[in-house]
Design a protein around this ligand. Structure first.
Ligand SMILES: Cc1ncc(COP(=O)(O)O)c(C=O)c1O
Length: 460
């Protein structure tokens, strides 16, 4: 079926793209191969070049439009080139681009205050340190915990992802993201709440959430009995949108605190209202972290990361000098502030909750029709579908997942892929999508999954 014969279509955009006048795609690709590190990850067998965007849509150099249901890896929160964010950036860029934290700048204070105001009132999460990425934020968060507790051991979760720097690669527990260098000194990995593939072979709730209780064993056998901290994503994103049982984090936080450790919630992907009702994803689990790390969507596409914690914890970083040249840059602060304002003005969280719930219910309907879909999970607009060759064996359908994302791209839908076997389709669009966009996502998935299934059947 050609795209002309598709019986569903991309909802209309409010405008056409400008004519593209830059270098041809083949030149850009050749330049990338010659001048950029081959380690840079590229999606799709036929790469896509994006040159323009508006809210939930992006255009390539030919003027073809796509619904961006991956949002640059969950990094565009309120919409590509959201006018309020763009205006704030432009206004700030015309005044002063860079100061560094050695001088005062009002935007840094306004943004820090706004960020502090988003945490539960009794949390004491009030003091922020700004960085430029999620990796930097997590790296520094662990350092701060080690300094505060005067302990070294850290617990993270298997199947977790916390960044690509050497220190955060150490916290990440997927072999696909770990290089052959010494790392992970003092880092121990506990069992994730991955019910679809329970590492203990149990079923919820009769399992008694044994996975969470494993942390006590890790502390007892693998550490001196006291630890610096525990770090986890409230929903594992790169690991394949893994949502733990509701009591999972409460059990873990209790054990960590008994061992003198602090709890870090890595909200880089799941925060900022992406899970719908709760602004921070940890709030879904009824826990109170001692530290929160953010990046990605908080700048709506602009480089911005942060660690927020209590003053008492933050104070320990003054023992020696610590500096971050671009952390708190006035342009990124303006982007962050405008992003928060847009979330309020556009009622983004309500939209996320409503449309996230709608898409999930439709995905479950697709699961009933398509044996390739083994599991549907997620909250708000952080959704995943796990593709399996066989529902009994749960053999990961890795090549089918690649077919699904490739064909969807040809049909005008950009999706993500994740999980250690790359068999989980990730749906994390900008949180401004409409009901028509949601229907397009579902219709397109229905079509491309059916095609991938036909392929499986033909090759059997
Ligand atoms: C949960 C989580 N933490 C940390 C990071 C690292 O962020 P960055 O790529 O900005 O360093 C990511 C990136 O995907 C992430 O998903």
């Amino acid at each position: 079926m050609s795209n002309d014969e598709m019986c569903y279509s991309l909802p209309a955009a409010s405008r056409d793209p400008q004519p593209y006048t830059g270098p041809a795609k083949r030149e850009v690709l050749a330049g990338r191969q010659q001048f950029l590190s081959p380690a840079l990850l590229m999606y799709y067998r036929q790469p896509v070049m994006l040159v323009e965007a508006e809210m939930q849509y992006v255009w390539d150099e030919t003027g073809k439009r796509y619904l961006d249901a991956f949002a640059g890896i969950a990094s565009v929160s309120v919409g590509h080139c959201h006018p309020h964010v763009v205006d704030a950036i432009r206004e700030q860029a015309e005044k002063i681009l860079h100061t560094s934290c050695i001088y005062l700048h009002p935007k840094m204070i306004s943004f820090a205050k706004k960020l502090a105001g988003t945490f539960p009132a009794d949390s004491d999460l009030q003091v922020s340190y700004f960085t430029n990425s999620g990796s930097e934020s997590n790296d520094l968060a662990v350092l701060m915990c080690r300094l505060y507790t005067k302990r070294f051991d850290v617990i993270a979760l298997r199947n977790g992802y916390h960044g690509g720097s050497q220190a955060t690669m150490a916290l990440t527990a997927m072999n696909t993201w770990k290089h052959q260098v010494p790392h992970s000194f003092g880092v121990h990995f506990a069992i994730p709440g991955y019910c679809y593939r329970c590492p203990l072979g149990l079923s919820y709730p009769s399992c008694g959430v044994k996975c969470a209780k494993d942390v006590a064993e890790v502390i007892r056998y693998e550490t001196p009995g006291e630890i610096a901290c525990f770090i986890a994503e409230p929903i594992q994103g790169v690991g394949g949108v893994v949502v733990p049982p509701p009591e999972y984090f409460q059990i873990i936080y209790d054990q960590v605190r008994k061992a003198g450790g602090l709890c870090i919630s890595d909200e880089v992907q799941a925060g900022l209202g992406r899970t719908g009702e709760c602004f921070w994803a940890f709030e879904n689990w009824g826990v109170k972290p001692d530290m929160v790390t953010v990046a990605k969507g908080i700048g709506n596409g602009v480089t911005l990361g942060a660690i927020t914690t209590r003053m008492k914890v933050a104070e320990r970083l003054t023992d020696s000098l610590h500096f971050n040249t671009f952390g708190g840059n006035p342009v990124s602060m303006s982007a962050g502030l405008a992003t928060f304002e847009a979330i309020e003005a556009d009622q983004t969280q309500k939209n996320t909750e409503r449309l996230g719930g709608y898409i999930k219910s439709k995905l479950i309907e697709l699961q009933n029709r398509h044996p390739l879909i083994g599991d549907v999970r997620g909250m708000g607009l952080l959704l995943g579908i796990e593709l399996v060759k066989d529902r009994e064996t749960k053999e990961p359908a890795t090549s089918e997942a690649a077919d699904v994302t490739e064909t969807a791209k040809d049909r005008g839908l950009l999706l993500g892929r994740s999980g250690i076997d790359s068999n989980i389709i990730r749906i994390t669009p900008p949180m401004c999508i409409t009901r028509d966009d949601a229907d397009f996502i579902i219709d397109c998935l229905d079509d491309v999954i059916a095609r991938a299934e036909k392929h499986v059947n033909n090759s059997n």
